[in-house]
Design a protein around this ligand. Structure first.
Ligand SMILES: Cc1cc2nc3c(=O)[nH]c(=O)nc-3n(C[C@H](O)[C@H](O)[C@H](O)COP(=O)(O)OP(=O)(O)OC[C@H]3O[C@@H](n4cnc5c(N)ncnc54)[C@H](O)[C@@H]3O)c2cc1C
Length: 291
Protein backbone atom coordinates (compact mmCIF):
# COMPACT_ATOMS: atom_id res chain seq x y z
CA UNK A 1 0.00 0.00 0.00
CA UNK A 2 1.00 3.60 -0.45
CA UNK A 3 0.34 6.32 2.11
CA UNK A 4 -2.20 9.08 1.57
CA UNK A 5 -0.59 12.30 0.34
CA UNK A 6 1.11 14.48 2.95
CA UNK A 7 3.38 17.53 3.07
CA UNK A 8 6.92 17.00 4.39
CA UNK A 9 9.30 19.28 6.27
CA UNK A 10 12.72 18.56 7.81
CA UNK A 11 13.41 21.41 10.27
CA UNK A 12 16.90 22.08 11.68
CA UNK A 13 15.85 22.86 15.27
CA UNK A 14 13.25 21.80 17.81
CA UNK A 15 11.41 25.13 17.84
CA UNK A 16 10.88 25.06 14.06
CA UNK A 17 9.58 21.48 14.38
CA UNK A 18 7.07 22.58 17.03
CA UNK A 19 6.06 25.61 14.93
CA UNK A 20 5.43 23.29 11.97
CA UNK A 21 3.19 21.06 14.15
CA UNK A 22 1.29 24.11 15.40
CA UNK A 23 0.84 25.24 11.77
CA UNK A 24 -0.69 21.86 10.93
CA UNK A 25 -3.43 22.51 13.52
CA UNK A 26 -3.21 19.11 15.24
CA UNK A 27 -2.97 17.16 11.97
CA UNK A 28 0.83 16.87 11.83
CA UNK A 29 3.01 13.95 12.92
CA UNK A 30 6.69 13.82 13.72
CA UNK A 31 8.81 11.05 12.24
CA UNK A 32 12.01 9.75 13.85
CA UNK A 33 13.28 6.33 12.70
CA UNK A 34 10.05 5.70 10.79
CA UNK A 35 9.99 2.01 11.76
CA UNK A 36 6.51 2.17 13.31
CA UNK A 37 5.09 5.26 11.61
CA UNK A 38 5.83 4.18 8.02
CA UNK A 39 3.74 0.98 8.24
CA UNK A 40 0.91 3.00 9.83
CA UNK A 41 1.08 5.46 6.91
CA UNK A 42 1.27 2.69 4.31
CA UNK A 43 -1.78 0.92 5.76
CA UNK A 44 -3.48 4.32 5.97
CA UNK A 45 -4.09 3.81 9.67
CA UNK A 46 -2.50 7.27 10.06
CA UNK A 47 -3.28 10.05 7.55
CA UNK A 48 -1.48 13.18 8.76
CA UNK A 49 -1.50 16.20 6.46
CA UNK A 50 2.13 16.97 7.44
CA UNK A 51 5.17 14.85 8.37
CA UNK A 52 7.80 16.65 10.43
CA UNK A 53 11.07 14.74 10.05
CA UNK A 54 13.19 15.11 13.22
CA UNK A 55 16.36 13.50 11.91
CA UNK A 56 17.98 16.75 10.66
CA UNK A 57 17.84 18.32 14.15
CA UNK A 58 21.34 18.19 15.67
CA UNK A 59 22.05 17.43 19.34
CA UNK A 60 19.25 14.94 19.98
CA UNK A 61 21.32 11.75 19.70
CA UNK A 62 23.55 11.13 22.73
CA UNK A 63 24.05 8.93 25.80
CA UNK A 64 25.55 10.81 28.77
CA UNK A 65 26.28 9.94 32.38
CA UNK A 66 25.23 12.97 34.48
CA UNK A 67 25.83 12.41 38.21
CA UNK A 68 23.54 9.52 39.15
CA UNK A 69 21.51 9.50 35.94
CA UNK A 70 21.99 8.40 32.35
CA UNK A 71 20.48 10.97 29.98
CA UNK A 72 19.58 9.80 26.48
CA UNK A 73 18.65 12.03 23.53
CA UNK A 74 15.33 11.20 21.86
CA UNK A 75 16.93 10.44 18.48
CA UNK A 76 19.38 7.89 19.91
CA UNK A 77 19.00 4.65 17.95
CA UNK A 78 18.26 1.29 19.56
CA UNK A 79 21.62 0.02 18.22
CA UNK A 80 23.48 2.87 19.97
CA UNK A 81 21.93 1.77 23.26
CA UNK A 82 22.75 -1.88 22.54
CA UNK A 83 26.46 -1.23 21.99
CA UNK A 84 27.01 1.59 24.52
CA UNK A 85 29.56 1.08 27.33
CA UNK A 86 27.67 3.64 29.45
CA UNK A 87 24.44 1.63 29.15
CA UNK A 88 26.24 -1.67 29.82
CA UNK A 89 27.86 -0.27 32.97
CA UNK A 90 25.00 1.77 34.42
CA UNK A 91 21.71 0.43 32.99
CA UNK A 92 22.44 -3.32 32.71
CA UNK A 93 18.79 -4.31 32.37
CA UNK A 94 18.51 -2.07 29.31
CA UNK A 95 21.69 -3.60 27.88
CA UNK A 96 20.22 -7.09 28.33
CA UNK A 97 16.91 -6.05 26.75
CA UNK A 98 18.11 -4.32 23.59
CA UNK A 99 18.94 -7.44 21.51
CA UNK A 100 15.28 -8.48 21.98
CA UNK A 101 14.01 -5.37 20.13
CA UNK A 102 13.11 -6.44 16.60
CA UNK A 103 16.12 -7.13 14.33
CA UNK A 104 19.41 -5.31 13.85
CA UNK A 105 18.22 -3.51 10.69
CA UNK A 106 15.28 -2.07 12.65
CA UNK A 107 17.46 -1.30 15.66
CA UNK A 108 19.76 0.68 13.34
CA UNK A 109 16.86 3.00 12.44
CA UNK A 110 14.43 3.01 15.40
CA UNK A 111 14.94 5.62 18.13
CA UNK A 112 14.21 5.67 21.85
CA UNK A 113 11.96 8.75 21.49
CA UNK A 114 9.97 6.97 18.76
CA UNK A 115 9.64 3.77 20.74
CA UNK A 116 8.39 5.57 23.86
CA UNK A 117 6.00 7.78 21.89
CA UNK A 118 4.63 4.84 19.89
CA UNK A 119 3.74 3.24 23.28
CA UNK A 120 3.40 -0.34 22.08
CA UNK A 121 2.35 -2.42 25.12
CA UNK A 122 4.78 -5.17 24.08
CA UNK A 123 7.82 -2.93 23.48
CA UNK A 124 10.94 -3.13 25.62
CA UNK A 125 11.94 0.55 26.03
CA UNK A 126 8.57 1.74 27.43
CA UNK A 127 8.80 -1.03 30.06
CA UNK A 128 12.39 -0.11 30.87
CA UNK A 129 11.39 3.54 31.30
CA UNK A 130 8.74 2.45 33.83
CA UNK A 131 11.11 -0.04 35.50
CA UNK A 132 13.88 2.53 36.01
CA UNK A 133 11.46 5.34 36.94
CA UNK A 134 12.67 7.45 34.00
CA UNK A 135 11.65 11.05 33.38
CA UNK A 136 10.52 11.87 29.84
CA UNK A 137 11.31 15.48 28.87
CA UNK A 138 9.13 17.09 26.22
CA UNK A 139 8.86 20.49 24.55
CA UNK A 140 5.78 22.09 23.03
CA UNK A 141 4.35 25.54 22.26
CA UNK A 142 3.82 26.17 26.00
CA UNK A 143 7.45 25.30 26.85
CA UNK A 144 9.09 22.28 28.43
CA UNK A 145 7.69 19.77 30.90
CA UNK A 146 8.92 16.59 32.56
CA UNK A 147 6.70 13.50 32.67
CA UNK A 148 7.32 10.48 34.92
CA UNK A 149 7.31 7.36 32.73
CA UNK A 150 4.44 5.81 34.71
CA UNK A 151 2.22 8.77 33.71
CA UNK A 152 3.37 8.88 30.08
CA UNK A 153 1.70 5.66 28.85
CA UNK A 154 -2.08 6.03 28.78
CA UNK A 155 -3.22 2.86 26.99
CA UNK A 156 -2.12 0.67 24.07
CA UNK A 157 -0.41 2.89 21.44
CA UNK A 158 -1.45 6.01 23.33
CA UNK A 159 0.61 8.49 25.37
CA UNK A 160 -0.13 11.71 27.24
CA UNK A 161 1.59 14.07 24.75
CA UNK A 162 -0.26 17.03 23.30
CA UNK A 163 -0.30 16.91 19.46
CA UNK A 164 2.41 19.61 19.20
CA UNK A 165 4.73 18.22 21.89
CA UNK A 166 8.01 16.47 21.06
CA UNK A 167 10.12 14.21 23.32
CA UNK A 168 13.69 15.58 23.31
CA UNK A 169 15.45 13.55 26.02
CA UNK A 170 14.91 10.88 28.67
CA UNK A 171 16.58 10.70 32.07
CA UNK A 172 17.15 7.27 33.65
CA UNK A 173 18.19 7.08 37.32
CA UNK A 174 21.08 4.68 37.90
CA UNK A 175 19.99 2.05 40.41
CA UNK A 176 23.32 1.84 42.22
CA UNK A 177 21.84 0.26 45.32
CA UNK A 178 20.11 -2.53 43.40
CA UNK A 179 22.72 -5.18 43.16
CA UNK A 180 20.97 -8.11 41.49
CA UNK A 181 18.83 -7.91 38.36
CA UNK A 182 17.12 -10.04 35.70
CA UNK A 183 15.39 -9.50 32.37
CA UNK A 184 13.23 -12.35 31.06
CA UNK A 185 11.22 -12.31 27.84
CA UNK A 186 9.42 -14.81 25.64
CA UNK A 187 8.48 -14.06 22.03
CA UNK A 188 7.25 -16.50 19.43
CA UNK A 189 10.45 -15.97 17.41
CA UNK A 190 13.54 -14.06 18.55
CA UNK A 191 12.99 -10.39 17.58
CA UNK A 192 9.19 -10.59 17.55
CA UNK A 193 7.21 -8.43 19.93
CA UNK A 194 7.11 -10.05 23.39
CA UNK A 195 4.29 -12.33 24.54
CA UNK A 196 5.39 -11.51 28.06
CA UNK A 197 8.36 -9.88 29.73
CA UNK A 198 9.54 -8.99 33.25
CA UNK A 199 12.42 -7.01 34.74
CA UNK A 200 13.42 -7.44 38.40
CA UNK A 201 16.10 -5.84 40.54
CA UNK A 202 16.88 -6.74 44.15
CA UNK A 203 18.95 -5.14 46.88
CA UNK A 204 20.04 -7.49 49.66
CA UNK A 205 21.01 -6.81 53.25
CA UNK A 206 22.32 -9.87 55.15
CA UNK A 207 21.05 -12.17 52.40
CA UNK A 208 17.51 -10.80 52.75
CA UNK A 209 15.76 -8.61 50.19
CA UNK A 210 15.73 -5.03 51.51
CA UNK A 211 14.42 -3.41 48.33
CA UNK A 212 12.91 -4.65 45.07
CA UNK A 213 11.77 -3.25 41.76
CA UNK A 214 9.52 -5.16 39.34
CA UNK A 215 8.02 -4.18 35.96
CA UNK A 216 6.17 -6.20 33.32
CA UNK A 217 4.97 -5.73 29.76
CA UNK A 218 2.97 -7.59 27.15
CA UNK A 219 0.34 -8.50 29.73
CA UNK A 220 -1.64 -5.25 29.99
CA UNK A 221 -2.46 -2.17 27.89
CA UNK A 222 0.64 -0.40 29.21
CA UNK A 223 3.90 -1.43 30.85
CA UNK A 224 3.48 -1.56 34.64
CA UNK A 225 5.44 -1.44 37.91
CA UNK A 226 4.05 -4.16 40.19
CA UNK A 227 4.29 -2.58 43.64
CA UNK A 228 2.41 -5.35 45.46
CA UNK A 229 4.88 -7.90 44.10
CA UNK A 230 7.78 -5.62 45.14
CA UNK A 231 6.28 -5.37 48.62
CA UNK A 232 6.07 -9.14 49.22
CA UNK A 233 9.76 -9.49 48.32
CA UNK A 234 10.89 -7.03 51.00
CA UNK A 235 12.22 -9.04 53.95
CA UNK A 236 12.18 -12.29 51.95
CA UNK A 237 15.04 -14.73 51.56
CA UNK A 238 16.07 -16.47 48.37
CA UNK A 239 14.84 -19.94 47.44
CA UNK A 240 12.00 -21.79 45.77
CA UNK A 241 9.26 -20.76 48.22
CA UNK A 242 9.86 -17.04 47.75
CA UNK A 243 10.13 -17.46 43.99
CA UNK A 244 6.82 -19.35 43.84
CA UNK A 245 5.01 -16.84 46.08
CA UNK A 246 6.40 -13.99 43.96
CA UNK A 247 5.23 -15.71 40.76
CA UNK A 248 1.75 -16.13 42.25
CA UNK A 249 1.45 -12.42 43.09
CA UNK A 250 2.76 -11.38 39.66
CA UNK A 251 0.24 -13.69 37.95
CA UNK A 252 -2.61 -12.25 40.03
CA UNK A 253 -1.53 -8.64 39.37
CA UNK A 254 -1.92 -8.64 35.59
CA UNK A 255 -4.98 -8.63 33.33
CA UNK A 256 -3.97 -9.79 29.85
CA UNK A 257 -6.60 -9.99 27.10
CA UNK A 258 -7.11 -12.83 24.59
CA UNK A 259 -5.68 -11.88 21.20
CA UNK A 260 -4.75 -13.46 17.87
CA UNK A 261 -1.42 -14.69 19.26
CA UNK A 262 -2.32 -16.44 22.55
CA UNK A 263 -5.03 -16.64 25.20
CA UNK A 264 -5.11 -14.49 28.33
CA UNK A 265 -4.50 -17.64 30.44
CA UNK A 266 -1.37 -18.38 28.45
CA UNK A 267 0.01 -14.89 29.05
CA UNK A 268 -0.86 -15.00 32.75
CA UNK A 269 0.89 -18.35 33.21
CA UNK A 270 3.84 -17.22 31.10
CA UNK A 271 4.43 -14.10 33.19
CA UNK A 272 4.29 -16.23 36.36
CA UNK A 273 6.93 -18.61 34.99
CA UNK A 274 9.12 -15.68 33.90
CA UNK A 275 8.72 -14.06 37.34
CA UNK A 276 9.94 -17.20 39.11
CA UNK A 277 12.97 -17.43 36.84
CA UNK A 278 13.69 -13.69 37.12
CA UNK A 279 13.60 -13.74 40.93
CA UNK A 280 16.07 -16.63 41.08
CA UNK A 281 18.41 -14.98 38.56
CA UNK A 282 18.31 -11.59 40.28
CA UNK A 283 18.92 -13.17 43.68
CA UNK A 284 21.86 -15.18 42.36
CA UNK A 285 23.40 -12.02 40.88
CA UNK A 286 22.79 -10.14 44.14
CA UNK A 287 24.79 -12.72 46.16
CA UNK A 288 27.53 -12.71 43.54
CA UNK A 289 26.77 -16.16 42.11
CA UNK A 290 26.67 -16.79 38.37
CA UNK A 291 22.96 -16.89 37.39
C1 LIG B 1 9.14 -5.83 12.00
C2 LIG B 1 9.23 -4.95 13.22
C3 LIG B 1 9.43 -5.55 14.46
C4 LIG B 1 9.52 -4.77 15.60
N1 LIG B 1 9.73 -5.39 16.80
C5 LIG B 1 9.86 -4.63 17.91
C6 LIG B 1 10.12 -5.24 19.18
O1 LIG B 1 10.25 -6.46 19.31
N2 LIG B 1 10.21 -4.42 20.26
C7 LIG B 1 10.07 -3.06 20.16
O2 LIG B 1 10.17 -2.36 21.17
N3 LIG B 1 9.83 -2.46 18.97
C8 LIG B 1 9.75 -3.21 17.86
N4 LIG B 1 9.50 -2.59 16.66
C9 LIG B 1 9.31 -1.12 16.63
C10 LIG B 1 10.65 -0.40 16.49
O3 LIG B 1 11.41 -0.53 17.65
C11 LIG B 1 10.42 1.09 16.23
O4 LIG B 1 11.63 1.58 15.78
C12 LIG B 1 9.98 1.98 17.36
O5 LIG B 1 8.84 1.53 18.02
C13 LIG B 1 9.62 3.36 16.85
O6 LIG B 1 10.76 4.12 16.74
P1 LIG B 1 10.99 5.05 15.50
O7 LIG B 1 12.12 5.95 15.85
O8 LIG B 1 11.12 4.23 14.28
O9 LIG B 1 9.63 5.92 15.50
P2 LIG B 1 8.70 6.38 14.30
O10 LIG B 1 8.20 5.20 13.56
O11 LIG B 1 9.37 7.45 13.51
O12 LIG B 1 7.50 7.04 15.14
C14 LIG B 1 6.65 6.25 15.93
C15 LIG B 1 5.61 7.17 16.60
O13 LIG B 1 6.25 8.00 17.57
C16 LIG B 1 6.09 9.39 17.24
N5 LIG B 1 7.38 10.00 17.56
C17 LIG B 1 8.60 9.63 17.10
N6 LIG B 1 9.57 10.33 17.70
C18 LIG B 1 8.95 11.20 18.54
C19 LIG B 1 9.42 12.20 19.45
N7 LIG B 1 10.74 12.44 19.64
N8 LIG B 1 8.52 12.90 20.15
C20 LIG B 1 7.18 12.66 19.99
N9 LIG B 1 6.66 11.73 19.17
C21 LIG B 1 7.56 10.99 18.45
C22 LIG B 1 5.71 9.41 15.78
O14 LIG B 1 4.91 10.55 15.46
C23 LIG B 1 4.92 8.12 15.64
O15 LIG B 1 3.60 8.32 16.12
C24 LIG B 1 9.42 -3.35 15.50
C25 LIG B 1 9.22 -2.74 14.26
C26 LIG B 1 9.13 -3.52 13.13
C27 LIG B 1 8.95 -2.85 11.80
Amino acid sequence: MKPAAFDYVAPRDLKSAIDALVGAGGDGKVMAGGQSLTPLLNFRMARPSLIVDLLRIPGLSFIELRENTVVIGALTRHADLEFSDVIAAHLPVMAAAMPHVAHLAIRNRGTIGGSLSHADPAAELPMLAVFYGATIKVEGPAGRREIPAEEFFVSALSNCLEPEEIVFEIEFPVLTSHTGWAFEEVARRFGDFALGCIAVSLELTDNTVSDARVAVMGVDDTPRRLREAEEILRGAEGGARTALRFAQIVRASVSPADDIHVSSDYRRNLIGALAERAFNTAFARAVGAKP
